[in-house]
Design a protein around this ligand. Structure first.
Ligand code: PBG
Ligand code: ZN
Length: 338
């Protein structure tokens, strides 16, 4: 039997679709945008000249010698990208238990910093500040005698302060401590204050979770722990309270910016960190290697469109509250953001 319509048809009072009709209208109403000045491009640098070594698990990402890194930075800077962060890829023969190569002014990170400074480019150079790429055991600092403790926090603080001073001397505008040591920001801030480096900023990896999404990075940087894992110092993603403690500690110790990492799986944390951080301090988010490689892997199989998915994810990170986004997609986003 047919059902006769003998009532007044329902009509909505609000019609949000009016603002979705046609590209020009959608563009007018779009109020979350990503711009090139919000992007920070990570670069992996290694010893040598004219070296460009592709990272198999990160399509489009290469390890570069300092001359090639300078070339890349020069080209991207001409295209409108002006923020870069350097990671060292260290010859295994130069690694030792304390990561002493990190303090060598001739290591690839410091060499690149000096070459960029000499070239007089108008770019902001950050340097990751950690020991995992420099230690033979691959942990983020010197080991404690108690294996349960893994990294010795306070002994590592002293070394982080030294590494920060070397980076500053070689021309880093920003140091980014990523080892999740308690007090790392305070130790670096004090070293800068006592050694006449008041202008180098500290962008702390404030809220960094122990994450499976760092896998491809560990290929790229050669910094995987040789035993155990980083859960004794990186955060536990099963907790949703710790971020505030870490944030307050870094703010008290004088961080110039705070970071959440990873990004796409932690949008809730980015939002809450943004809401609890003073307005004048930037919140950065790191769209990490695994998040990048996953999109590439799916796109290679034709399961997602790389450009659309990358733009959507980057915009979501921005919408969550990130003022700056560290992303391996940065060069492509220059084209894709239009
Ligand atoms: C090192 C460091 C890592 C990343 C940035 N700095 C790896 C780790 O903590 O194991 C990850 C970045 C990425 O996955 O893109 N402390
Ligand atoms: Zn580390």
């Amino acid at each position: 039997m047919m059902c006769r319509m003998d009532h007044t048809p329902y009509r909505p009072t609000e019609r949000p679709r009016d603002q979705r009709r046609g590209q020009a209208t959608r563009d007018l109403y779009a109020n979350v945008t990503v711009t090139p000045d919000q992007l920070i491009y990570p670069l992996f640098v290694l010893d040598g000249e004219n070296q460009q070594v592709p990272v198999p698990s990160m399509p489009g990402v290469d390890q570069l010698s300092p001359d090639r890194a300078l070339q890349t930075i020069t080209e991207l800077s001409a295209r409108g990208l002006s923020r870069f962060i350097l990671f060292g890829v260290i010859d295994p023969a130069k690694k030792d238990p304390t990561g002493s190569e990190a303090l060598n002014p001739d290591n690839p990170v410091n060499t690149t910093l000096m070459r960029v400074a000499d070239a007089g480019l108008d770019v902001e150079m950050s340097a990751d500040l950690c020991f995992c790429e420099y230690t033979d055991h691959g942990h983020c600092g010197v080991l404690h005698e108690d294996p349960d403790v893994t990294v010795d926090n306070d002994a590592t603080l002293d070394l982080l302060a030294e590494q920060a001073l070397v980076l500053a001397t070689c021309g880093a505008h920003v140091v980014a401590p990523s080892g999740m040591m308690d007090g790392m920001v305070g130790a670096i801030r004090q070293a800068f204050d006592q050694n006449d480096q008041p202008h180098v900023r500290i962008l702390s990896y404030t809220v960094k979770y122990a994450s499976a999404y760092y896998g491809p990075f560990r290929d790229a940087g050669g910094g995987a722990p040789k035993f155990g894992d980083r859960r004794g110092y990186q955060m536990d993603y099963r907790r949703d309270d710790e971020w505030l403690k870490e944030l307050n500690a870094d703010l008290e110790q004088g961080a110039d910016g705070v970071m959440v990492k990873p990004a796409a799986a932690y949008l809730d944390i980015i939002r809450r960190v943004r809401d609890h951080t003073p307005a004048q301090l930037p919140v950065a988010a790191y769209h990490v290697s695994g998040e990048y490689s996953m999109l590439h892997a799916a796109a290679e199989r034709g399961w997602v469109d790389l450009q659309s998915a990358a733009v959507e994810t980057t915009t979501a990170i921005r919408r969550a509250g990130a003022d700056a986004i560290l992303t391996y997609f940065a060069p492509q986003l220059l084209d894709w953001l239009g």
